[in-house]
Design a binder for this molecule. Structure first.
Ligand SMILES: Nc1nc2c(c(=O)[nH]1)N[C@H]1C(S)=C(S)[C@@H](COP(=O)(O)O)O[C@H]1N2
Ligand SMILES: [Mo]
Length: 339
């Protein structure tokens, strides 16, 4: 892993930052349904020759090694991750997709049967891999061991952990994050295809701006830049990828809200509460966070500094000390120096 400041910017997709050096974050599910017994991988659906392989059989295919970059939608990236596995294309050759197969769904062996999908052409063009070894070690359980997908060139949510089945489909079937959480189905980090916004009418938006009670509502992607929202009540609201740039949010209550990837650049957040909120990937550069409460939450992918501005923090801004270790190096240094 790499945390130099002379990294060529064109290698880092827009809005991403390198994860704190030496740390590969765990995101989403943390374990498979049960890892006891023999692990198998099926290739099913629109194929001429359905398959079921054990891990030992999987290793009989041509094994490849790659060094890849990983980009998570919550804004952290890792460079130069060495992986070992089998190319998806090799496995598809054995199963022979039928001519009607156009999409491919990767299904995890977990309690929620987590899955994600791609057009087959994309998966093959990007040279998706079935991976069991990373950094020269067997893949650890929380990172998807014994075996996971890695789809280079897409946000990391297209890379399923604990791969159990590869299904070839004639029609697309949205994955877990793509259907419920509003993650973008195309997931191209170079185009910042992170989330799709909830469908709100202008009337609904006007009504929301007036009531200032957003508690528990699903308003992901809401555009509230420059709005006067002082004392906003947004406990438990789903506000992923919201735009709050320069908004007046003094005293707002975002406790337990999901704000991942929201933009707060230049916002007035004095005395705002974020207790137990999800703020992963949020941008606070230039925001005023004096008196704000940012305790008991994860700071993965959060930024307080940009090229030209920085958040206002002081001794009244509250953090849980342990969470500061999740920040990228430059961010942590800035925060620690400001408190
Ligand atoms: N089965 C399963 N696979 C998953 C997820 C999940 O919750 N369950 N989360 C996805 C997301 S959002 C990311 S960023 C990566 C995280 O992988 P990591 O925990 O190894 O960093 O796994 C992806 N694959
Ligand atoms: Mo993710």
């Amino acid at each position: 892993m790499n945390s130099r400041s002379d990294i060529p910017q064109q290698r880092l997709p827009p809005g991403q930052q390198l994860a704190a050096s030496g740390k590969w974050p765990v995101v989403g599910e943390r374990e498979p349904l049960d890892a006891a017994g023999e692990w198998t991988i099926d290739v099913a659906g629109q194929v001429e020759h359905p398959q079921r392989w054990s891990l030992a059989e999987l290793r009989q295919f041509e094994v490849v090694e790659r060094v890849l970059d990983i980009h998570c939608v919550t804004r952290w990236s890792l460079f130069d991750v060495p992986v070992r596995g089998v190319r998806l294309e090799t496995l598809l050759r054995a199963a022979e997709p039928k001519s009607e197969a156009r999409f491919i769904s990767f299904v995890a062996h977990t309690s929620r049967r987590h899955s994600t999908s791609l057009p087959i052409d994309d998966a093959v063009r990007l040279d998706a891999l079935v991976v069991w070894s990373v950094y020269g070690q067997p893949l650890s359980v929380e990172h998807g061991g014994p075996v996971r997908m890695i789809v280079p060139g897409k946000y990391f949510y297209k890379s399923v952990k604990w791969l159990r089945a590869i299904e070839l489909l004639a029609e697309d079937r949205l994955g877990y994050w793509e259907s419920d959480a509003g993650y973008h189905n195309h997931a191209d980090p170079w185009n910042e295809e992170r989330f799709v916004a909830a469908d709100l009418s202008r009337v609904q938006i006007r009504e929301l701006m007036q009531s200032r009670d957003w508690s528990g509502r699903n308003l992901r992607g809401i555009e509230a830049a420059d709005m006067d929202l002082a004392s906003l009540a947004a406990r438990g609201a789903v506000l992923r990828a919201a735009d709050f740039r320069r908004a007046d949010l003094r005293g707002a209550d975002f406790s337990r809200a999901n704000l991942s990837n929201s933009r707060f650049g230049g916002a007035d957040l004095r005395s705002a509460a974020f207790l137990d909120a999800d703020i992963e990937g949020c941008d606070f550069a230039g925001a005023d966070l004096r008196g704000a409460d940012l305790r008991t939450l994860s700071l993965l992918g959060v930024s307080f500094v940009s090229a030209d501005t920085a958040a206002k923090l002081d001794g009244t801004t509250r953090f849980s000390p342990a969470s500061l270790e999740q920040l990228a190096d430059r961010e942590r240094q800035y925060v620690e120096a400001s408190l």
